[in-house]
Design a protein around this ligand. Structure first.
Ligand code: IMP
Ligand code: MG
Length: 175
């Protein structure tokens, strides 16, 4: 397998800055709790929280979520979380790396909706588009980039745990 460039670090930085502005506007005057889905979202989330208005009332948590082995979804989701009770006046923003089938976010959103939060919304760097995209189990509220149905790596995303450190986003191919 070979890795090919898809989205440059500069394009990512510009888009993250835009998302930071949009989110700051949207959550202005509200209590926001950002929940980072580990491991994939760690780099995106680190950039995104620093792109928010510094005056925003924001706290940050993380949970471990895993469903993937290699390039295929297992269809099962493991959530590892030690979050305390979520105050009722708090809005949750789940931050993940990529939305593929939507299984991960659908299940994680449901998990948080059962915990009293005022609202649960989601932000992802990437959303995969394919023929049946309309059948996805979940649609993210904020999306960085839409990508074709390829296996992407870099900027936190891995191929068998490798490639997370790449500062840009690439895709894997056989040639
Ligand atoms: P979903 O549950 O099918 O939406 O898949 C979402 C999760 O699968 C993401 O949080 C990623 O960890 C992983 N994933 C899906 N597609 C890719 C990819 O192209 N590269 C790396 N990880 C992926
Ligand atoms: Mg992931």
């Amino acid at each position: 397998m070979k890795e090919n460039g898809l989205i440059t670090a500069d394009r990512i930085a510009a888009r993250v800055a835009e998302l930071g502005k949009e989110l700051s506007e949207f959550y202005k005057g509200k209590k926001l709790n950002i929940v980072i889905l580990l491991n994939g979202a760690f780099i995106f989330a680190a950039d995104l929280v620093r792109a928010l208005d510094p005056d925003l009332d924001v706290t940050i948590d993380s949970i471990g979520v895993s469903s993937y082995r290699g390039t295929k979804s297992t269809g099962e989701l493991k959530i590892r979380s030690e979050l305390k009770n979520i105050p009722e006046d708090t809005h949750i923003l789940l931050v993940d790396d990529i939305l593929d089938t939507g299984l991960t976010l659908e299940k994680t959103v449901r998990y948080f909706e059962s915990r009293n939060a005022s609202s649960v919304r989601t932000c992802v760097v990437l959303d995969k588009e394919y023929e049946d995209s309309s059948k996805k189990k979940y649609k993210a509220d904020w999306v960085g980039f839409r990508v074709p149905d390829v296996f992407v790596v870099g900027y936190g995303l891995d191929y068998n745990e490798k490639g997370r450190n790449l500062p840009y986003i690439g895709y894997m191919s056989n040639d």
